[in-house]
Design a protein around this ligand. Sequence first.
Ligand code: ADP
Ligand code: MG
Ligand code: ZN
Length: 473
Amino acid sequence: MAIYEPVIGLEVHCQVSTVSKIFCGCSTAFGAAPNAQTCPVCLGLPGALPVLNEKVVEFALRAGLALGCKINPRSVWSRKNYFYPDLPKGYQISQYDQPICLGGAVPVGAKSIALTRIHMEEDAGKNIHGGAASLVDLNRAGVPLLEIVGEPDLRSAEEAANYLRALRGVLVWLGITDGNMEEGSLRCDANVSLRPAGTEKFGTRCELKNINSFRNVRLAIESEIVRQTALLEAGERIVQQTRQFDAATGQTKPMRSKEEAHDYRYFPEPDLPPVLIDTEWIERVRATLPELPGARAARYEKEHALSAYDASQLTQSRRLADLFDAAVVASSGKSAKKIANWLAGELARMVNAGEADVEALKFTPAQLAALQGAVDGGAISLGAAKEVFGEMAKTGTAPEAIISARGLTQVSDRGPIEVACDKAIAANPAEVEKYRGGKKGVIGFLVGQVMKELAGRGNPQIVNQVMREKLGG
Ligand code: ADP
Ligand code: MG
Ligand code: ZN
């Protein structure tokens, strides 16, 4: 039996973070009362004329330049015709054969996934089904989108999810979108086909529509691979189809096949002139691009000798990376590695456990540097520092205040440590005997007794040292 290799290409729609819509002045804010944010243009009333929002072009250029696309000096708007109640004009204004960006790539781990194109378009409205009637909300009609079409370079469901994560990371980093998948700011269609492993020619694909979470991208593609594999193994052919993933059943189901597929009859939009982009505009946008996550991670490895893993963790979010940079500066550049440990280690653990949100952290870079300073100076133990970090992340209380309120200051004075050591020695003559007879390992037990006596706050180095002195070396 042949072994099949999946071939996957994603089309990603991302809502661009402009204040107003793409062809009118209506607000793009999420969550308003139905149809509150509409006007004759986005309602599609006859005779209303679209005017392009320049900001959308800037965002498209930002994405294109950051992803290494070729910028088309002249791109054209097209009408994509279809009838649907949430599309009152009867067509969507999009770009077709002359999009704004061509080529480019998204770095995903060590691989680079090629892009076909990026184009600008308007979103449709939303149909709300339920009760006795179906309702139409046109607040979303005319909201600007970038459609980012990837080459069929992906080979597994997991790789597709990683690609989507990496792409979302760059787009959010650039401030192009909020990337909120629950609110529909980022959605994707996944095209999936199989071919016998080792062959070149692509198989027939199915397109899985409107997937709205990383988890569902993976699940939808996995279930589609299982479905197509079973068909091919049974000697059947794959029918080119648009399918929908049902998260409840974990299966994809057909929406329409190629025979019923839309013929959009694209034609040039007569109400909008072509978008002309000169090199001056390109250079102006390029000058505003921030250092991108990949470059930032590489710099962390080089400048601060961080591991590749830590560097990639820190650059998952621009906010986190900026926090790291500022905390390193606040520590006078001394503690980069240790500050990275807090953010890529303890904070990542809290985020995974749902105890913290990187975008809503309460502490300041200076507080993090101060916490590390307290550890370095011996004022608190690393264990106590973890406790302080946890509270700092949740409340933003200054580390000094948490340390004194919880009595976490480490005991480094010899006085109380000597008293505790004497007590442990007096209470455990058998262990002391063993130690003096050469079983040096029992010092761990005796130090443990001292730590218990000092409520875990003894400075381990000093406790060890005093104990060794008292036992006679
Ligand atoms: P359409 O506009 O009908 O969706 P495109 O040719 O623009 O078709 O392709 C859209 C997406 O389908 C791209 O992301 C591309 O990578 C992917 N794709 C094309 N052919 C295949 C295939 N045989 N298997 C999997 N994905 C494919
Ligand atoms: Mg498609
Ligand atoms: Zn409007």
